[in-house]
Design a protein around this ligand. Structure first.
Ligand SMILES: [Cu+2]
Length: 381
C-alpha cells in the first residue's frame, strides 16, 4: 500500500494507492479482506511495517530504504559504485532560504523581512544557497550559446555573501566513468519539511540515511563525516532514482557516471524545482554530447528558420498570406478604427491621465537574476 505524506497527507488529499504483491511461500492470511483500505490503515496496519516514514528515525515498525538489500544472487553491474574508491564527493545542502529572491523581493522596496508571510513572503528552496536558473538554450547541443560565466556552483561565489540571493545555471562538472558520492543534507531550519530528490540519467545506490535532529548545519554533517560517523552500508544497498532526505538529516548516494550528458538532479516537489531547488550534472565534455545531432535539428535562440529544410517557414508564410488575402474591406475599416482609437487613448492619457507614482518607477526586478557576485567559474572536478 502506498500512502502520500506531507502535502498529500490527511490534511490535504490523502493520496493513496493499494495493491497486493504476494511472494511465493508467504502466509497470505493477513492480506485476506484487505479490500480498499482507508488512508489511516495505510500508516499503521497491525502486523505491518511502514517503509520510508515521514521525518522519524527508524524503529521496529518504521524502516527506511537503507534497511533493504538487493537480493544476493542479483549481481549488480555497478558494484564499483558501492565498494570501489570514490572519485568525487559533494555535499549538497538545502533549505527554504530566507533571501531576497529577485523574482519576489526587492532588497530596498519590499525585502522578505518586511513582507508578512500571509502577504506573499516567499522563502526560496535552494541547494548550497544557489538557485538553479535554467539556461536559455539546451546545454546538450548548444553549450556554446550559453554564457559560460553563468554556469556555476557555490564555489564560484564569495562565501561571505551567504545571505545574498544567488542564482545561475547551477551545475557540477563530472568526469565520465567516475564513482561519485553525494551527501544530501536537509538543514531543516525553516520548516519541518522533507524533500524527495530525483536524478535523471542514472540510478544510484542509497548507502546512508539518518535524521540527526530538528535541524542540522552543513559543518556538523562534515564534522561527523570526518570522524567516520555518517552511516554507510556498502552491503548490497538498493538502487533507486528518487529518494527522500530526512529533515535535519542526510542521505548518502553513490553512482557511476556512465551516461554522458546534462542531467537534472532536483527536488521532486515541482514548485520547489521551479523556484530553483535543483542542479545540473554535466557528465563528460560538451563536444561529445552534441556528436550525432543532425545539422538541421531545431535550435533555440534567435529564429532563423529551420536550417536547410525551410518547409516549415514556407508553410508559415503561406498561412500569413492566406490571412492577409482574406481581410475584407470592412475588416480593414474596423482595424483602422481600432488603431485610431488606440492612438487617441494614448494621447489623452499622456495629456490628462498621468501623475508621478514612485512605486511604478521601480525598475523591473521580477526577471532580474543576480549574477553580480560571481567570480570566474571554476571546475569542481
Ligand atoms: Cu523540495
Amino acid at each position: 500500500m502506498v500512502a502520500g505524506l506531507a502535502d498529500c497527507d490527511s490534511r490535504f488529499t490523502m493520496a493513496r494507492q493499494s495493491a497486493i504483491v504476494s511472494y511465493a511461500g508467504i502466509d497470505e492470511t493477513p492480506l485476506q479482506g484487505a479490500g480498499n483500505p482507508a488512508y489511516s490503515d495505510m500508516l499503521g496496519r497491525p502486523g505491518g511495517r511502514q517503509l520510508n516514514p515521514f521525518n522519524r528515525a527508524p524503529d521496529a515498525n518504521h524502516i527506511d530504504v537503507t534497511s533493504l538489500r538487493t537480493p544476493a544472487g542479483w549481481a549488480p553491474a555497478d558494484q564499483l559504485t558501492v565498494d570501489g574508491p570514490v572519485d568525487a564527493k559533494f555535499y549538497l545542502a538545502f533549505d527554504f532560504e530566507v533571501v531576497n529572491n529577485s523574482r519576489y523581493h526587492h532588497p530596498a522596496y519590499y525585502p522578505i523581512s518586511a513582507v508578512r508571510k500571509s502577504d506573499g513572503h516567499l522563502y526560496t528552496p535552494q541547494i548550497n544557497n544557489v538557485a538553479l536558473h535554467m539556461p536559455p538554450a539546451p546545454l546538450l547541443y548548444q553549450f556554446d550559446d550559453v554564457l559560460q560565466s553563468h554556469i556555476c556552483n557555490n564555489t564560484d561565489f564569495d562565501p561571505s555573501l551567504e545571505t545574498e540571493f544567488k542564482a545561475c545555471h547551477h551545475a557540477l562538472r563530472l568526469g565520465v566513468n567516475k564513482t561519485v558520492e553525494l551527501v544530501l543534507i536537509d538543514k531543516g531550519f525553516t520548516f519541518d519539511a522533507s524533500h524527495p530528490f530525483h536524478l535523471h540519467g542514472h540510478y544510484f545506490r542509497v548507502i546512508g540515511m539518518e535524521k540527526l535532529g530538528k535541524n542540522v548545519s552543513v559543518a556538523e554533517v562534515k564534522r561527523r563525516d570526518s570522524a567516520g560517523l555518517l552511516r554507510r552500508n556498502l552491503d548490497r544497498p538498493v538502487m533507486k532514482d528518487t529518494v527522500i532526505v530526512p529533515d535535519g538529516g542526510y542521505t548518502v548516494l553513490r553512482f557511476r557516471t556512465d551516461n554522458p550528458g546534462v542531467w537534472l538532479l532536483h527536488c521532486h516537489l515541482e514548485f520547489h524545482v521551479e523556484i530553483g531547488m535543483g542542479l545540473l550534472l554535466l557528465v563528460g565534455d560538451a563536444a561529445s554530447w552534441s556528436a550525432g545531432v543532425p545539422a538541421n535539428f531545431p535550435r533555440c535562440g534567435s529564429w532563423k528558420g529551420p536550417g536547410p529544410d525551410r518547409r516549415w517557414q514556407q508553410r508559415e508564410l503561406r498561412l500569413a498570406e492566406t490571412h492577409r488575402l482574406h481581410m475584407t474591406a470592412l475588416g480593414l475599416a474596423a482595424a483602422g478604427a481600432v488603431l485610431l482609437a488606440a492612438l487617441l487613448s494614448v494621447f489623452l492619457t499622456r495629456r490628462f491621465g498621468l501623475r508621478s507614482n514612485p512605486v511604478q518607477n521601480i525598475e523591473t526586478v521580477s526577471e532580474a537574476v543576480s549574477y553580480g557576485s560571481l567570480k570566474a567559474p571554476q571546475l569542481t572536478f
